[in-house]
Unconditional design. Structure first.
Length: 284
């Protein structure tokens, strides 16, 4: 066992930040907004993401629903907390924990509002989204990534465009704000796949969208493995002094991706599809 790592997958034995003590030290009455961590790692292996591999620990660990409900009620009582901002890469996983947590929060009178990152396929179930709303969820951030099934497959996203659309529809039906993220220029991206992404967003109508161009900056992501580089013809500059290394692959270059992202943002604005999160989203 490496030093500092829990023996199992439970994080219930880990200390929870004492926000009341922090408020006292700063001369504050409390905190209306509290950031909260309930998982470490991620059970998925999206090809563009290094989050599951951070901290030299690839096991997915999480706090129980009972622990989360207790912590949130405590913050509401001791600190006057009104909103919990979940920092987890995926708060809706495991789904069983999510359903149990919603029931516990409702039983406590839904003591706080909360926002979280979520998988689209977890939100494709209307009853799950209804339970989240009843339990105080007001906003979800969903990684749609693309509206093209081929690009999603290249990303190893393990989600379909249909699940993306079902998630957006359920959130709209139950009154939960959606903040969506997409990647422009991932290997396999073309003008045709971006057209499908545009139509996908126009059909889904999220409240906010954020377009990020594909980047090779983060070390350790699966798409940068030699086999993936060879599969997609991916080439990237290795200049350590830039935060946006130049790259190209068989279907697009970084300069083309930037131009496509700007054009797509403009088209979405003119179509009145959703708000550009880079401009209009202010967080909590």
């Amino acid at each position: 066992l490496r030093s500092g790592l829990p023996a199992g997958t439970s994080l219930d034995g880990q200390d929870t930040p004492d926000w009341a003590a922090a408020a006292k030290r700063r001369g504050r009455a409390g905190w209306k907004v509290v950031q909260y961590e309930s998982v470490r790692g991620c059970p998925y292996r999206c090809a563009f993401c290094n989050y599951p591999f951070l901290f030299d620990d690839t096991r997915f660990r999480f706090k129980s629903a009972a622990r989360i409900a207790y912590d949130w009620a405590r913050y509401a009582q001791e600190c006057g907390t009104e909103v919990i901002s979940c920092l987890d890469s995926l708060f809706t996983v495991p789904p069983k924990r999510l359903r149990e947590l919603c029931g516990l929060l409702v039983a406590r009178g839904t003591p706080v509002k909360w926002l979280c990152y979520a998988r689209a396929d977890d939100l494709a179930d209307s009853e799950t989204v209804a339970a989240m709303k009843a339990a105080g969820c007001v906003q979800v951030q969903i990684g749609l990534e693309s509206g093209d099934p081929g690009v999603l497959a290249n990303m190893n996203k393990k989600v379909t465009p249909e699940a993306n659309l079902a998630a957006l529809e359920n959130c709209r039906k139950h009154g939960i704000t959606t903040v969506t993220t997409l990647v422009v220029g991932f290997p396999g991206e073309t003008a045709a796949t971006l057209e499908r992404t545009f139509e996908h967003l126009r059909q889904g109508r999220p409240d906010f969208h954020f377009l990020a161009t594909f980047s090779t900056r983060a070390a350790g992501v699966p798409v940068l493995e030699p086999a993936s580089r060879a599969r997609f013809g991916l080439r990237a500059a290795s200049n350590p002094r830039t935060t946006a290394p130049y790259w190209d692959h068989d279907t697009m270059s970084c300069t083309e991706a930037g131009a496509h992202a700007r054009a797509l943002n403009r088209r979405l604005a003119l179509a009145g599809t959703s708000l550009n999160a880079a401009v209009y989203y202010g967080g909590v």
